[in-house]
Design a protein around this ligand. Structure first.
Ligand code: FAD
Ligand code: SF4
Length: 532
């Protein structure tokens, strides 16, 4: 890149890969430069899964190539293969170096999607004496100010209220003022499970063979981050995520054609060795902005009108994107930075090491089948679907009493689709109840019976979800009752939780002691007790 005078430096981060971004609105390819950088710090600030690193780098390099082909000057810093000579580790350092070298009149950006980066990159620009011009983020359907106004008017924030308002405002699945089918929410139809025959044959989701750019990136990741999660599971050999807008569009079309019909009924179901089931695998493409959420919502709405998707499936799917995805983003920006520190239930234990390795301390497989399946799949693919994240790995951490920030670090590190604005509220709020009820009205806690109902995991496990104590007691069930005892004060009189806690009234003090001793022994066996 020559150092001829640069008017605007157009800052593009790894999760801002939409070519229709507002930074290009009045930009001029002859006077402005697109700036992008790969730095090791983004892969190490949490111990990031190899698949996630490769996904970001590959999609960024494809974006840069497309912009160059469209006539833009792109100042792109590639991650050196060799760690020895890599002086720049943080994005802030890379930006400072580019400002020094290119001396732009100003920076133009859509503000970063992560609080940490807004802080550090704004400080970098200030220190360099360069102004930063904010542009609107057009990817989302609800802007952060509108969410703050909505949230500020309410005593409690509930997804359902937010979602209904957005359906009405945008006229999605509506017939005038009324929701199609007479109700906004078909959640009750979204809890199907498979019978003993399982899901049967399902077409594999559309995957994408790594091209030259992706293969180059994979080689760099293997060299620079060999011991990161995914390494021992040969995750990079299975890499097939969409890395361009064209591939994202193909993935959407494939989902609508092949699997969308079952999304509604089976969105909460789990089955051994079936990581994808009826899920869309679109979160990575959405979060990198390779595809617009409106395109995804329109495709589902159209499929419903064409008779290719039942209403309960289309509504359930749209609720995830128009509802949950927009809701958690608004919540993140409304509550940060305090939200990240939440620990309402005062949980202090360490996250068991098997979350990171898929192995017990003695090198044996995880004996709990549900955890073994979910964690093995996570480490092999960088993916688990929502109920696996919420009701297997998330639930177990919550029942154990793991410090929420350690849980947050794991989720941010191991999923290919992890970006903090969506991951953090899902972990701190929905999964760990660490926000004390800002996001959900009660903790998502259940015994092993829930997992038994929604999957076939228990039929292949050495434990019995119906047993609370004894040799074959299911650890989820033991810890569930222990959780109810430990948090009795807080929840037994709460109107939303009193019913669940009422079960404790039937339990004799001696039986309570027995269960609590069993839970303590279990924690000791798992090496718990120390805060990491
Ligand atoms: P599908 O099941 O096909 O759903 C369609 C789309 O809806 C998803 O692609 C996603 O964009 C959106 N969506 C679904 N559920 C949620 C939700 N709860 N919040 C926001 N959007 C949602 N999602 C991420 O994108 N990144 C994360 O880091 C992330 N971390 C999570 C951590 C925990 C503890 C939990 C419980 C959920 C998390 N989710 C996260 C939400 C959800 O699990 C994933 O979006 C989903 O599993 C991605 O797979 P999919 O694309 O096949 O989704
Ligand atoms: Fe998981 Fe318990 Fe079922 Fe085993 S019995 S798979 S540990 S819920």
């Amino acid at each position: 890149m020559s150092d001829e005078s640069v008017r605007q430096l157009l800052v593009i981060l790894g999760d801002q890969l939409n070519p229709d971004s507002a930074v290009f609105d009045d930009a001029d390819p002859t006077r402005d430069v697109v700036w992008m950088a790969e730095v090791a710090g983004e892969a190490t600030h949490v111990w990031t899964h190899q698949t996630r690193i490769a996904l970001f780098l590959s999609a960024m390099r494809h974006f840069a190539a497309e912009r160059r082909a469209a006539g833009w000057r792109v100042d792109y810093r590639e991650l050196p293969e060799d760690a020895e000579g890599d002086r720049i580790t943080g994005l802030d350092q890379a930006l400072a170096e580019a400002i020094e070298r290119l001396r732009p009149e100003r920076l133009v950006w859509v503000p970063p999607g992560e609080y940490r980066l807004v802080q550090s990159l704004t400080s970098t620009a200030e220190a360099a004496g360069v102004t930063v011009e904010d542009r609107p983020d057009r990817h989302y359907l609800v802007d952060t100010e509108a969410f703050a106004r909505w949230a500020g008017r309410r005593k409690s924030l509930r997804l359902e209220h937010f979602y209904r308002e957005q359906r009405r405002r945008l006229g999605i699945l509506m017939d005038g003022d009324e929701p199609l089918g007479g109700q906004f929410n078909f959640d009750a139809d979204n809890r199907g499970r498979f019978d003993a025959r399982g899901p049967g044959w399902l077409p594999a989701p559309r995957g994408f063979e790594p091209d030259r750019i992706t293969r180059e990136v994979i080689a760099v990741v293997e060299k620079r981050f060999p011991d990161h999660p995914g390494g021992a599971h040969r995750a990079l050999a299975r890499f097939d995520w969409p890395v361009t807008p064209g591939q994202a569009a193909e993935a959407l079309a494939d989902f609508i054609e092949q699997r969308a019909t079952g999304f509604g009924a089976y969105q909460d179901a789990m089955w051994t060795d079936q990581p994808w089931l009826y899920h869309s695998r679109l979160s990575t493409a959405l979060n990198l902005k390779l595809i617009d959420p409106r395109t995804v919502i329109e495709a589902a709405e159209e499929a419903y009108h064409d008779g290719r998707m039942p209403l309960a499936a289309a509504e359930g799917f749209i609720r995830q994107i128009l509802g949950w995805r927009e809701f958690v983003r608004g919540l993140y920006w409304w509550t940060m930075p305090d939200y990240a520190q939440g620990n309402a239930l005062e949980a202090t234990d360490a996250l068991p090491g098997f979350y990171w390795t898929g192995r017990m301390d003695d090198g044996e497989a995880i004996p709990m089948t549900c955890l073994d399946q979910t964690i093995d799949q996570t480490l092999s693919l960088g993916y688990a679907h929502h109920i696996q994240r919420l009701m297997v790995t998330g639930l177990f951490a919550q029942l154990l009493g793991v410090r929420p920030q350690a849980v947050h670090e794991w989720y941010l590190a191991v999923y290919a689709d992890a970006v903090e604005w969506v991951e953090l509220p899902n972990v701190i709020g929905m999964s760990q109840y660490a926000d004390g009820g800002v996001m959900g009205s009660k903790p998502y806690v259940a015994s092993g019976r829930y997992i038994q109902r929604m999957s076939n995991y228990c039929s292949q496990c050495r434990f019995d979800p119906g047993q609370t104590t004894g040799e074959t007691a299911c650890p989820f069930t033991t810890l569930y009752w222990d959780f109810l005892f430990r948090h009795r004060e807080r929840f037994a009189k709460h109107p939303r939780t009193a019913l669940q806690w009422k079960h404790l009234e039937r339990i004799e003090p001696a039986r309570e002691r027995e269960i609590r001793v069993a839970a303590d022994r279990l924690r000791q066996r798992l090496g718990q007790g120390a805060t990491d």
